[in-house]
Ligand binder design. Structure first.
Ligand SMILES: Cc1cc2nc3c(=O)[nH]c(=O)nc-3n(C[C@H](O)[C@H](O)[C@H](O)COP(=O)(O)OP(=O)(O)OC[C@H]3O[C@@H](n4cnc5c(N)ncnc54)[C@H](O)[C@@H]3O)c2cc1C
Length: 383
């Protein structure tokens, strides 16, 4: 129904990739999805399987073990996960976010050391910005990285960290110069297997996205070599974070578009089957008008993210346009899923129905990746 639409940047190769990704998720992830949701974490093996299938680091150059693709590959991977109903596999953080920090700012040695193992799934990566005391106001992070000889000593705590239980490699946002705001921030790479004083806290109970191992992390005088400072120069962290934001925000919008498509499809299927008063629920004018509106909104969202993806791939996407897409699409996603859920009646409130899970999974889209209020501020600032 909706998947007949194709973005302007779609090619035959990307169509083949999309089909292969869909088959991979359907075969390898969908059968385990309910269990992962109950257990609050995906199997470690899922990462190795994804690595073998070329799903990890798809947009990282081949010389570092990646797939040599572009943002289009990441958009397809993210949207197909939504279409297949697999929530909680943290590949977006691992491949689209973390791997690109290494690729863009890492020294040659850092890239060669970590990227190939991230591409195979041998290393799972997380990025730890948020702390119990600060999220939106990133300049106020309290985690410290103090230089002592040829080491940095990291102390502090982080929370809400995606891939927190699985992570073998963590990009930690820390202050190397606490006297400075943004200019005192650096990105430090912690290899968890070798990090005395590193501790994983709770795998947090959440409203949705249950299979994602969103966690607390503690750093108690963790020593890392100075060669684990990303890019090798102190004080670059805030600048590095800002440069990567357009892609990080746009992918949340892509995720939203994929979820909207699935919600509409599920609702059309259900309302055609469900009868009340001798009619299919789909045949009521209220159902048809509301679903027609959902489709029109989906078309606008689709066109917006596809245009911005095109700009991103040409190196022309600005951070505030990506912020606009992030807040607008995530809010339409929540509204549309709410509208769709209503057509399922009581079944829509039952956890075993995908639309119910989609409702709770969607809510965080307006919070993470920069809250929608912060997104509005950025957009307004650039007007
Ligand atoms: C499931 C999940 C996964 C996450 N994954 C990660 C991860 O992998 N790595 C990571 O580092 N973080 C992660 N986060 C954290 C997330 O990015 C933060 O929760 C988010 O940035 C908001 O920060 P906060 O929770 O501290 O809220 P706060 O910053 O305390 O904000 C609270 C409220 O105040 C509003 N607000 C704040 N400042 C302003 C302002 N100036 N003007 C108007 N309103 C304002 C906010 O919009 C929000 O509504 C994750 C969070 C969740 C829930």
């Amino acid at each position: 129904m909706l998947d007949t639409y194709s973005p302007s940047w779609m090619t035959e190769d990307l169509e083949i990739f999309k089909d292969a990704v869909n088959k991979f998720y359907t075969r390898e992830f969908v059968p385990h999805s309910d269990r992962w949701t109950k257990e609050g974490i995906v199997d470690r093996d899922a990462w190795y399987k994804a690595g073998e299938a070329g799903i990890l680091c798809a947009s990282i150059p081949e010389e570092y073990g990646g797939g040599g693709g572009t943002y289009a590959h990441e958009a397809i991977l993210t949207e197909e996960m939504e279409r297949c109903g697999v929530a909680g596999f943290g590949n977006t953080v691992h491949s689209l976010i973390c791997a690109h920090y290494f690729n863009a700012y890492g020294t040659e040695e850092q890239k060669r050391k970590w990227l190939p193992k991230m591409a195979t799934g041998e290393l799972v990566c997380a990025i730890a910005m948020t702390e119990p005391g600060t999220g939106s106001d990133l300049q106020s992070v309290k985690t410290r990285a103090t230089k002592q000889g040829n080491q940095y000593v990291i102390s502090g705590s982080k929370t809400f960290i995606t891939n927190g239980q699985h992570a073998d490699l963590i990009i930690v946002v820390a202050k190397t110069d606490p006297e400075q705001g943004a200019k005192g921030i650096s990105l430090m790479i912690v290899e968890t297997a070798e990090a005395d004083g590193f501790r994983r806290g709770r795998n947090l109970d959440k409203m949705g996205q249950h299979a994602a191992d969103t966690s607390e992390l503690f750093f108690d005088d963790v020593k890392i070599p100075t060669s684990n400072l990303l890019g090798g120069e102190e004080g670059q962290g805030f600048y590095q974070l800002m440069q990567q934001l357009p892609a990080e925000r746009l992918i949340i919008a892509n995720q939203g578009v994929g979820a909207i498509e699935r919600a509409i499809q599920l609702t059309v299927d259900y309302t055609r089957e469900r009868n009340t008063f001798g009619n299919a629920v789909f045949d009521y004018q209220n159902t048809q008008y509301k679903l027609a509106e959902c489709k029109a909104t989906w078309m606008a969202a689709r066109a917006m993210v596809d245009q911005l993806a095109d700009q991103l791939m040409r190196g022309e996407l600005d951070a505030n346009s990506a912020a606009a897409a992030k807040f607008w699409v995530s809010e339409r996603q929540c509204e549309i899923i709410d509208t769709c859920l209503q057509f399922f009646g009581g079944y829509g409130y039952m956890d075993e129905y995908p639309i119910s899970r989609m409702y709770t999974d969607a809510r965080v889209q307006r919070i993470y990746g920069g809250s929608n209020e912060i997104m509005r501020m950025l957009v307004a600032r650039a007007l």
